[in-house]
Design a protein around this ligand. Structure first.
Ligand code: AMP
Length: 535
């Protein structure tokens, strides 16, 4: 059914495995999740090419076993990442589609379309997923959609955020704001609870968000007046259901090798079939203690069948699960809270359905019980839609009264000293937006240039952190070491995106950049990409 509505600012949860769109309806005074063309509330974050067409969403996912080399999933794991990143290299080995090194260490995905190999950037693939969601929203709402709030993992770096914003722009969206996924879930949860007359003046809420590819934890306070204040965030942008699936797949490959003396790991079709079967078995194991993985004609015509118990699944993934709890502890420490200070523990993301995860969390927060009242798959899009309504001037009093304070997930600083020392200007968990300044002097006699190398991360040595960008202040007057100085200014906007400027004190000579410019797609690139992604 097509409906005409005025408010067209949508909230998009751009997930690793599934995405979801929601909108605030002024007429109904609430958020609604918008179904896709197939009538489903969540859409696979999948893209595929074949001899005749480009496919996105359900269409792409449905043909994955037939066309594994040209079907892309998990693209969120490539966003804003370097090709040489060790964890990405590990992912690449398990993906049936081809990823090559593009310019400036950027990963590029190679797909065959109409018999020709085409290279796609992660932003382009994400933009097609976003475009598909935009189209579905437009079809349902009966109106053009331009404005959107898009969610990103809280633990996304500056480059990953910038890449997501670029993907939105390529999809023809005006990205009103990027918002962290657990913060969006907190908005959904918080606004719901504010209606409760017994709401205390302030609640400490812990959000545990374990999805397909990313893991986020976030500690927030929610006041009765509607102020949502993020105190600390943590997590891992490379931990989620996809990792659990991968370990199951590896276990099956081993079993097959042992029994059949055949190694199928190099066959993408067999691996694709196995991945689908393992993901299904993993879901089964959340409600039953034993299941079997059955695939007809898995490899060289041989059928595969293997019993898989919940205990085995838990044993395989024990290290991942322990890691999750470690992140919970760290986030509490960062937020200066004890586990007993937490009023509500909210579960978000499909992988929080895993019983072992719930068991470990319950034991940790005992005697508090876990809150599973919000929809794990839809809460993030729901919260994003509320923020989209607020930013576009619609919504009820609770929406307009809402005040949101988010934080930056990773420390930001520059390389100083003769070694590779990280000098932090903005520590992690600082509320954003923020502007901070630091002063740095010349290190050598008669130094005529001052380089500014910008990094993000928690390590003392810059080589262990994420390099973001660099620029140089030239024409420094010749003087003894320490006599000339520059002021470096870091400013993070509400999207978590960083601008850096540096000014030489003696001459007023100034350089400023949006820090992700070098990793970002240029105007020319955008033109080219827009032509290529025309579906
Ligand atoms: P999300 O990114 O929040 O959509 O989560 C998707 C992930 O949740 C995928 O890896 C799914 O396999 C996983 N998932 C969904 N339902 C279940 C379930 N019942 N048990 C275990 N994992 C699940």
């Amino acid at each position: 059914m097509s409906r005409r509505v005025q408010a067209t600012a949508i909230g998009i949860d751009l997930g690793t495995t599934y995405s979801c769109v929601a909108v605030w309806f002024d007429q109904h005074n609430r958020v609604e999740i918008l179904p896709n063309e197939q009538g489903n509330n969540i859409t696979p974050s999948c893209f595929a090419c074949n001899d005749t067409e480009l496919l996105v969403g359900e269409g792409a996912k449905n043909q994955i076993t037939r066309n594994p080399n040209n079907t892309v999933f998990d693209v969120k794991r490539l966003m804003g990442c370097r090709f040489s990143d060790k964890r990405l290299q590990k992912d690449i080995q398990s993906w049936p589609f081809k990823v090559i090194e593009g310019s400036s260490d950027k990963p590029m995905i190679v797909l065959e379309h109409k018999g020709i190999d085409k290279e796609f950037s992660p932003e382009e693939i994400s933009s097609m997923i976003l475009k598909n969601l935009k189209k579905a929203a437009e079809a349902y709402l009966g109106t053009i959609v331009v404005d959107a709030v898009i969610t990103v993992p809280a633990y996304f770096s500056d480059k990953q955020r910038q890449a997501t914003k670029d993907a939105g722009m390529l999809a023809g969206l005006n990205v009103l704001r990027l918002i962290s996924e657990p913060t969006a879930a907190a908005i959904a949860y918080g606004l719901d609870k504010l209606a409760d007359s017994n709401h205390p003046p302030q609640k400490n809420v812990f959000i545990f968000d374990l999805g397909g590819g990313t893991f986020d934890v976030s500690l927030l306070t929610i006041s009765k007046e509607g102020a949502i204040d993020v105190k600390s965030v943590g997590g891992d942008t490379h931990l989620g259901g996809e990792d659990f699936d991968r370990l199951m797949v590896n276990s099956c490959v081993k079993d097959f090798k042992k029994r059949q003396k055949k190694d199928m790991s190099g066959n993408s079709k067999s691996m694709g079939k196995l991945k689908v079967a393992c993901e299904k078995a993993k879901r089964d194991l959340s409600s039953t203690t034993q299941t079997s993985i059955d695939v007809d004609s898995l490899y060289e015509g041989i059928d595969f069948s293997m019993k898989f118990t919940r205990a085995k699944f838990e044993e395989l993934n024990a290290d991942f699960f322990t890691k999750c709890i470690e992140h919970v502890k760290k986030c509490l420490t960062d937020g200066n809270m004890h586990k007993h200070d937490i009023d509500d523990i909210v579960l978000v993301g499909g992988s929080t359905r895993i019983p072992k995860i719930q068991e470990l969390l319950s034991a940790f927060f005992y005697p508090k019980t876990l809150c599973k009242s919000i929809n794990a798959d839809e809460a993030v899009a729901y919260g994003a839609a509320i923020l989209a309504a607020k930013l576009s001037g619609s919504g009820n009093k609770a929406v307009t009264d809402m005040i949101l304070v988010d934080v930056t997930p990773l420390s930001l600083g520059i390389e100083t000293g003769k070694s590779d020392k990280m000098s932090v200007l903005i520590p992690r968990n600082t509320p954003i937006p923020i502007v901070k300044e630091g002063s740095f002097v010349t290190l050598y006699d008669y130094q005529t240039t001052l380089p500014v190398r910008v990094y993000q991360g928690e390590c003392k040595k810059t080589k262990d952190n994420i390099f973001l960008d660099e620029f140089t202040l030239h024409d420094v007057p010749r003087a003894r070491a320490g006599k000339e100085a520059m002021n470096v200014c870091f400013s993070i906007d509400a999207n978590g995106i960083l601008n850096v400027s540096a000014e030489l004190r003696s001459t007023g000579n100034k350089v400023s950049i949006i820090i992700s410019d070098s990793g970002k797609v240029s105007k020319d690139d955008i033109e080219k990409m827009l032509r290529k992604v025309e579906l």
